[in-house]
Design a binder for this molecule. Sequence first.
Ligand code: CP3
Length: 335
Amino acid sequence: MLLLDSLRGEKIDRFPVWLMRQAGRYMPQYRELREKERDFLSFCKNVELAVRASLLPLELLDVDAVIIFSDILVPLEPMGVDVEFTEGEGPRLSWGGDVKDLRKIDFSSVEFVGEIIRGVKAQLRGVPVIGFCGAPFTLMAYMKERGSSKDFKKTKRFMWEGGENYRVLMSLLVDNLLEYLKGQIRAGADLIQVFDSWAMHMPYEDFEEYAQTYLRVLFEELKKFSPTTPILYFFRGSGSFLRALESLRMDALSLDWTVDLYTAMRESGKVFQGNLDPAVLYCGEDTIVERVQGFLRCIPRKTRYIFNLGHGLMPDMELSKVKLLVDTVKGYRLS
Ligand code: CP3
């Protein structure tokens, strides 16, 4: 499998490619499937529909990996957090606010995720399945803010004044995410991606104590459980945090477009993923091809690298342009 070969440092003749939110609203076929369930979470729990959605990017784009269709907020529900997605507004969370009332989870409470992985795998030949979760800090922030936020006031106040409650919540999230990821690996996930969408809001000097400590435990325990399952870590806004991230045990670090990939590759022994600004997809076809090829030409050929964008695909992007992007990456030969 190209993606796994690339991570292992084996010789490959082109860069592997998959995209964040590769199954999403920009696809008419996804929108059609999505109409079969009223709300987004019911869709995530409908194994048959989630399997079909997961496989759409393989059928329509011929990508090199399938990420299971779900959401990072799914494992919060069995902990005692109500999660609701309202059209156009993003997620809304509600819970009592007392850390002591939150539950430790058992994978059986989210068994539908295991069924989705098994359902997807049954239909794949030679393409790996990516399981995923949100990073502890990002999930804690969603819980404290009760949804998305611009300034993370409540999160930061909790971080600096929460004391033991902060540590208890973060440790509980680590335990639950570990259980969640182990369940996904048992069900057949070949790789795991951890999404840290909000860690960039953290002051640099606080990152180690309030976020990285917990990530480290999560990655190390996961490696103990399954040493051969690669861990991909997406850190939005990772630029100034690169040095801090050196000590984390991941197999590839997924970057957004604010990072100088070329310098990062020279200065770090890590494998990188991502980095191209998704906004290129709003341009004309010639510009897309030109910019993608120019981007790939800057990556030294011996480097282990996984093509992805710097963030997820957006609903107003065009499927034909996304396909052009994937084809351009696949057509760029390394040998
Ligand atoms: O990548 C994939 O194709 C797999 C599925 C996937 C989704 N969300 C599907 C989804 C994955 C891996 C995610 C991760 C996720 N979810 C993240 C981390 C990545 C990132 O974007 O930084 C975050 C922060 C979330 C939380 C979340 N879920 C938000 C902010 C939203 C957007 C709300 C909106 O309406 O725009 C979602 C909803 C969501 N998750 C959609 C999809 C396809 C759209 C809702 C729909 O189709 O009805």
